[in-house]
Design a protein. Structure first.
Length: 264
């Protein structure tokens, strides 16, 4: 690529990144605004809103509910998504492609359709709304994320590795622990982190499956139009963004290009 093309591509890349990140950076900056009004430039700076957000019982309970739901949905997704990917990769059976299509469909469908379907299912099934209805709703699309990551890694893994392990006398558990797990570890980490992030910030499906419960995204959505609560919402958003970056950095430090977790 010539010099002019490189410059144009670089400018375009910077523009796209700025378009994605500038609104987030503005919200993060407003978390330190000393005034209730969202004015620019900021005239005074304070950490008061972080203290106010921590002492807000509604915000803390919403945060804890979101964390519990995301952890449970991620655990369900890791188990079901991994099992489904192994079944699709290793076995040939009638309806295999249809089964794979059904697994991928919840991620492609609009969230409002999934939420309405789950709401009707819970209503006609006589299931009261609880944390488990939210977990079921989130697991429908979190499973897809883990399934895609694990299946892609399995397809890139040579079957000869497993065959060589078994030829050398390793049993099923030893083969999984010493051969399959090191290869799949980063795929599971990546799928689990993405599933957690998707569950943690899900709004539409949660609205139809939470009932009177309030996760953190619903708390933010319900308070964002209240002028007095907006600075607290900005502080909550700042903490959420900061905590979201941590697992991504950790996963990047733990992994390497070979797809294996580093061992020291």
């Amino acid at each position: 690529m010539r010099g002019g093309g490189r410059i144009a591509l670089g400018v375009w890349t910077v523009g796209v990144i700025a378009f994605l990140w500038l609104p987030i950076l503005i919200i993060l900056t407003y978390a330190f605004n000393g005034s209730v009004l969202q004015t620019w430039p900021i005239e005074s700076w304070t950490l008061h809103w972080f203290h106010a957000a921590w002492n807000d019982r509604e915000a803390r309970s919403s945060l804890w509910l979101s964390v519990k739901v995301a952890l449970l949905a991620t655990a369900v997704a890791l188990v079901l998504g991994t099992a489904a990917s192994f079944a699709i990769h290793r076995f040939r059976f009638f309806g295999r492609e249809s089964f794979s299509f059904v697994l991928l469909l919840p991620l492609a469908l609009p969230g409002i359709i999934t939420g309405m379907a789950l709401n009707s299912f819970f209503y006609f099934g006589g299931l009261g709304f609880s944390i488990w209805t939210i977990v079921i709703g989130h697991a429908t699309f979190c499973v897809v994320v883990v399934y895609n990551n694990v299946l892609a890694r399995l397809r890139r893994t040579s079957p000869s590795l497993v065959e060589a392990s078994m030829d050398l006398g390793a049993d099923g558990w030893q083969t999984f622990r010493l051969v399959i797990w090191p290869v799949l570890s980063t795929a599971l980490v990546a799928g689990g982190l993405l599933a957690f992030a998707l569950s943690f910030d899900e709004v539409i499906v949660t609205t139809f499956t939470a009932g009177a419960q309030q996760t953190l995204p619903i708390y933010i959505l319900s308070n964002i139009q209240r002028g007095q609560q907006l600075p607290i919402v900005n502080a909550v958003v700042f903490v959420v963004v900061a905590l979201t970056v941590i697992p991504v950095i950790v996963s990047q430090r733990l992994t390497q290009d070979s797809g294996l977790l580093r061992r020291r």
